[in-house]
Write a protein that binds this ligand. Structure first.
Ligand SMILES: Nc1ncnc2c1ncn2[C@@H]1O[C@H](COP(=O)(O)OP(=O)(O)OP(=O)(O)O)[C@@H](O)[C@H]1O
Length: 344
């Protein structure tokens, strides 16, 4: 069931186009991510949903009602900020109760709801502490508790984990996912960190320069990128530009490459993941190159091959430590079905 419909939203600031005809449907109960490089417009879109920004064109519906007509505080939407914005002089419990107290709910109900939420985020034993007496990860949980205690239909999270160090961040990712499942609230998270988006979200909208490039599940974005930008942005990839003629893809400077062309003739790109690249004995007609670097990253090895005629390296990845040394001349190939063709 669609909860949120973003329909043809555009926004300009002077001559900068922050959003250009953005349309996205977000499902009830979904963990959704807006992912893209700095300046792609994701924060602007989040601010439009929260009500701090208005689009020049387009509409936004939540549960079928026009969200843009509602003032920010009237929207069944909560925004969790990057900086947690906790009140330093209030206890954890007070911080969480604050939003409910402002709604003048009965004391008993506030107490029950705060207790329930603190238990969910594992902070009950710390209910009487002040934010300064908590770790970064615990402060994060308070912020989250404060956002979900009001039971919004939609929770917006702006780079929620960027202030945490790597280890705490990994823990909080799992925690966020678990909590989202448990409370069943639809989450929309903004991030420029693709690993974070991939590990958290059910679906991701990849954005670039104010446009939505692709909306899909993480695995689909990885395996079947539909645009050059997505193929390049999500994970490591080897990309070749060229053209499809008569069902065969030929790369500029290299000639035909293994692929199964199902798309029409015309200019296109070919993407092949490093883990799909096979390095073999070179045979005539095969793409060839010289191994220039072998790096072991605990579990996987990355092998860089300077490809003849390309003036550029191709990256291969293998499990374990690679039994190949720099200077070796190799053939570079892959199974045709592993190559992704992206028409221009
Ligand atoms: N209030 C504003 N006035 C002028 N330009 C703005 C304003 N807000 C955003 N922009 C511009 O609009 C574009 C999109 O900005 P936005 O903050 O939405 O991007 P972002 O993807 O969230 O980037 P970041 O990850 O750096 O926050 C940028 O070029 C930005 O400079």
């Amino acid at each position: 069931m669609t909860l949120l419909s973003i329909e043809g939203v555009s926004r300009k600031f002077g001559n900068v186009t922050a959003l250009s005809d953005v349309s996205i449907d977000i499902q009830q109960g979904e963990f959704f991510a807006l992912l893209g490089p700095s300046g792609c417009g994701k924060t602007t879109l989040l601010r439009i949903l929260a009500g701090f920004e208005t689009p020049d064109q387009g509409g936004v519906r939540l549960d079928g009602t026009d969200l843009l007509k509602l003032a920010p505080h009237k929207r069944p939407v909560n925004l969790m900020f990057q900086s947690y914005a906790l009140f330093p002089h209030m206890t954890v419990a007070k911080n969480v109760a604050y939003g409910l107290e402002r709604e003048n709910l009965p004391r008993a109900e506030i107490k029950a709801r705060v207790g329930e939420v603190l238990e969910k985020v594992g902070l009950e034993p710390m209910a009487n502490r002040r934010p300064a007496q908590l770790s970064g990860g615990q402060q994060q949980r308070v912020a989250l508790a404060r956002a979900i205690v009001k039971r919004p239909r939609l929770l917006l999270l702006d780079e929620p984990l960027s202030a945490l160090d790597k280890k705490v961040r990994a823990e909080m990712q799992l925690e966020l996912k678990r909590l989202q499942h448990e409370v069943g609230i639809t989450f929309v998270v903004v991030t420029h960190d693709q690993e974070e988006a991939m590990s958290l979200a059910d679906r991701i909208a990849v954005m670039d320069q104010g446009r939505v490039e692709q909306v899909d599940a993480p695995v689909t974005l990885y395996d079947r990128p539909r645009t050059y930008f997505v193929a390049d942005f999500i994970g490591a990839n080897n990309l070749f530009t060229g053209a499809i003629r008569g069902g065969v893809f030929s790369a500029e400077g290299l000639g035909p490459l293994p692929s199964k062309a199902t798309t029409a003739d015309g200019s296109a790109a070919l993407a092949i993941r490093p883990e799909r690249v096979r390095l073999t004995e070179p045979t005539p007609g095969m793409v060839q190159g010289v191994v220039v670097d072998v790096s072991f990253y605990g579990g996987v090895s990355h092998i860089a091959v300077e490809v003849t005629g390309l003036g550029r390296k191709v990256l291969a990845a293998t499990q374990g430590s690679a039994r190949i040394t720099p200077g070796t001349v190799v053939g570079v190939t892959w199974r045709p079905e592993d190559a992704v063709l992206i028409p221009n």
